[in-house]
Design a protein around this ligand. Structure first.
Ligand code: PCA
Length: 207
């Protein structure tokens, strides 16, 4: 069983992005599942292409995309991806997209197919603050989440997939100390738990 886990480059003047830092630190096997790690640029379109190519190349059973949601206080499991690109923030290719679709003519949204409630329960059990989020925003994270769910749906792939947002690392909040952060150790422990819960769910459902 293969699990593809993606994390993003830094963006918005940050020097690091906790999502890829955490992905990099994961072991290559978790619960006998092979962990495939992929770094993704914070670029509309390109980010989707890269994850879709990696899905084609590796045929994972589970895809867990991870990004940074600076300011959030906990690990948040995204419930839904929406067919909207709309942000004042430029992506890393300096592109700004306001009020457009991720996929022209695509459905309004896609629900995560990860076991979102069990993931939150599992994280809480190991004492890591976690919750469900009902919006992954309308920037590149949501765009990647939507684009990948759309490909999985269109190609009728049997892949469980979803998106997780991580808070800032403490080092990112030195100049914005009013904002929440979470230690690197807790984020790594948390993402491992997300993977374990997803693998268990996949095995009990499909194997
Ligand atoms: N977070 C951004 C894009 C990349 C990332 O890590 C977002 O939430 O859209």
């Amino acid at each position: 069983m293969k699990v593809l886990v993606s994390g993003f480059d830094p963006f918005d003047r940050e020097k690091i992005n906790p999502s890829y830092e955490v992905v990099k630190a994961l072991p290559s096997k978790i619960e006998k599942a092979e962990i495939i790690k992929k770094k993704v640029p914070v670029v509309y379109g390109k980010s989707i292409e890269i994850v879709v190519e990696e899905i084609e190349r590796t045929s994972p059973y589970i895809v867990i995309m991870i990004g940074q949601a600076g300011g959030r206080a906990s690990i948040t499991v995204e419930r839904v991806a929406i067919n909207v690109n709309d942000s004042k923030m430029p992506d890393n290719s300096k592109k700004i997209i306001k009020g457009n679709f991720v996929v022209e003519g695509g459905p309004v949204g896609y629900f995560s197919t990860l076991p979102i409630y069990d993931i939150v329960k599992g994280l809480t059990r190991i004492k890591i603050p976690a919750g469900i989020s009902n919006s992954a925003g309308t920037f590149v994270c949501n765009s990647l989440f939507y684009g990948v769910m759309n490909e999985i749906s269109e190609r009728r792939l049997n892949i469980m997939a979803g998106f997780i947002h991580l808070p800032y690392l403490p080092i990112q909040t030195l100049k914005k100390p009013h904002l929440s952060s979470m230690s690197f150790e807790d984020m790594v422990k948390g993402v491992k738990k997300v993977i374990i819960t997803s693998v268990e769910e996949y095995r009990s459902k499909y194997m």
